[in-house]
Design a protein. Sequence first.
Length: 52
Amino acid sequence: MRVVCPIDAPLHVLTWHLLPAGVAAVLSGALGTTWLGRWALSAGLSRSQRPG
């Protein structure tokens, strides 16, 4: 399915379409892992500080 880009050259598709999508996926995963790790730690600390 062609959306906007009329260029079918394999190097163009890899460089301008697949590579940025892969980088975005990796960065999103790393950011999510970091955020969830910090969130879990802060939730654990607040629970351990509560009495009972």
